[in-house]
Design a protein around this ligand. Sequence first.
Ligand SMILES: *Cc1c(COP(=O)(O)O)cnc(C)c1O
Length: 385
Amino acid sequence: MPGHYNRIETKLIHAGEPRPLIGGAVSIPVFQSATFEYTGQSSYHDLKYIRLNNTPNHVALHEKLAALENGETAVVTASGMAVISTVLLALLGPGDHILTQNCLYGGTHELITKDFTEMGIRFDMIDGERPDSWAGLLRPETKAIYVETITNPLMAVADLPAVAAFAREHGLISVIDNTFASPVNFRPPEHGFDLSLHSCTKYLNGHSDIVAGAAIGKGDLIGKVLRKLNHLGGTLDPHACFLLHRGIKTLALRVRYQNENALSLAEFLNRHEAVEAVYYPGLSSHPGHARARDLFDGFGGMLSFEMKGGVAAAKRVIRKLTLPISAPSLGGVESLITRPATTSHAGMSPEERKKAGISDGLIRLSVGIEAPEDLIADFEQALAL
Ligand SMILES: *Cc1c(COP(=O)(O)O)cnc(C)c1O
């Protein structure tokens, strides 16, 4: 590795970059070649082939991503769901059991509760706030514990250090979906997590133009994941690797700006008389505030809020806003707004949503990198009666 550095801003630019530069190119070229000349490899997994995740575009990204979270190694995949499904299938088989947080990303929830149940993989859900309740759910066949850094859409922060400690104590593999925080705000390997997963579709790429995923963590586990990925085939295409590589370089600038933008907007909404409640870990009124302050380097770019007038008021605000685009997904440079009851949590019944504290009028905002003055002015006009 050239030079000496340990700050994330520098790693984003220099970690994993090929040296010497390939043909002198300052930006890594796209290796759009399915197969590569045979050079005497003896193992199938060492042949150079796009599906085997070892083109120069893959190798550079793997090194950069591992460096960002101080993990041992990393691997990229074709989407966030590709990494989640591949990791869990590498760790679990028929008869095995996993503990999962009770409020997961919709795709992950469906995968574990529906697809895995069909395959004979069992689960129990835990309350991330109550570590004392977890041991009672352990079985001899429990293999792993799975949580998210910041939950969607109420931005709860589980007792993450307790999750890593519980896994160590009981011989489980700890897995965390760190998408919402990004490596700028939280680095799970530094807190004892075995595997940190990302939908790189979101903050890591940051430009809403590809889907991609990544796992970062212990070398032996990533090795297992890589073998499973080679077999399942959820490989990231070299051109998407190139776009992710390009997007990542500005991660620290984007996320720090988004942290500030989201805090300004959360404070504005919290003061506004038409707003019933605001959910943002950066507000001292948020139940996860103290933990987020202790663990994170920033509170993130995601917030949600409820209007006093319920669903009708929520629909009106979304219609009147001119800057945030009404669309699912998050983490891009442009602000995106959704009602989780109609997008990310539409698969839940109204009763299930109510139990989880997600009202039909709840609005979720992914704050972009527009000027805070313009965003606040837009919300001011949209919230005016
Ligand atoms: C979007 C998302 C995923 C799934 O990622 P895709 O890239 O859409 O497959 C997983 N977890 C979280 C927290 C997400 O926001």
